[in-house]
Design a protein around this ligand. Structure first.
Ligand code: GLP
Length: 260
């Protein structure tokens, strides 16, 4: 796992956007895994800027979103469909037929989840999966206790996640209790994982993910099992890391390392 600590949220977002842009420059028809939450907003803004000012092209790109709340229609302002369209898809030149987001309103969740998994494979698998992290260490909506081999499925949200996400809803009782989410096993099949985290309220979860044991109690710790995982952090998200000096040292020495 490569751990990159940058002074600010803005620098972190720009560095993460560079990884995505490099992927699109080498493979214009790349498959991207998209995340929601407040953390990736800066990364999406930077990709939109690159599209507008540098011609970064999304016409051949396919995207698969990680998750969606059960019960929210795509036009609901707190749905992840709405979030993605408002904050990213409508601002770049994506082909609408290449956008996949789990349905929160299907009549058959089991068969929808199986279809979603199949569709990812048919599109060649995910090249770069963008991830945030929940304060309980979850990735997507894989709450503590989720199997590290889990696939796309319906999950019951943890109380702490409902509380964390209540800030986006009018009242806490409006927060959906269920979600449909890619599994940890699904996420681990992406060729590169790109996790971003910002702020002191993520510091504990980030330390558990990077320096704790691999455990289903912190599903983000499954990144330790992945051969190509990059974690971008701002200073406050990195503040509980014990090996901080080493990560900085590795980064400083990277330009001089023999080419592999
Ligand atoms: C939700 C999403 C996650 C996201 C997390 C953190 O639980 N399902 O994918 O990582 O929120 O969101 P934020 O970036 O707003 O802290």
């Amino acid at each position: 796992m490569e751990v990159v600590i940058l002074p600010t949220y803005e620098e972190m977002s720009r560095a993460a956007a560079e990884v995505v842009a490099d992927q699109l420059n080498t493979k214009p028809n790349a498959v991207l895994g998209m995340a929601t939450g407040s953390t990736p907003l800066g990364l999406y803004q930077e990709l939109v800027r690159m599209h507008r000012e540098e011609g970064l092209d999304f016409t051949q790109v396919t995207t698969f979103n990680l998750d969606e709340y059960v019960g929210l229609r795509p036009e609901h302002r707190q749905s992840y469909h709405y979030f993605m369209h408002e904050n990213f898809f409508k601002l770049v030149n994506m082909s609408p037929g290449n956008i996949y987001i789990p349905s929160g309103t299907t009549s058959n969740y089991r068969s929808f989840c199986d279809w979603y998994e199949r569709r990812i494979k048919e599109c060649g698998g995910i090249d770069v999966q963008i991830l945030g992290i929940g304060s309980d260490g979850h990735i997507a909506f894989n709450e503590p206790g989720s199997s590290l081999t889990s696939r796309t499925r319906l999950k019951t949200l943890a109380k702490s996640t409902i509380d964390d996400n209540a800030r986006f809803f009018e009242t806490p009782s409006d927060v959906p209790i269920y979600a449909i989410t890619m599994g940890v096993g699904t996420i681990l099949e992406a060729r590169t994982l790109l996790l971003i985290a910002s702020g002191k309220n993520k510091a504990q979860a980030v330390a558990a993910m990077i320096e704790g044991p691999v455990t289903s109690m912190t599903t983000a710790s499954a990144l330790q099992l992945h051969p190509s995982a990059i974690v971008f952090l701002d200073e406050s998200a990195a503040s509980d890391l014990k090996m901080r000096d080493y990560y900085d040292w590795v980064r400083k020495k990277k330009p001089d390392a023999p080419q592999v």
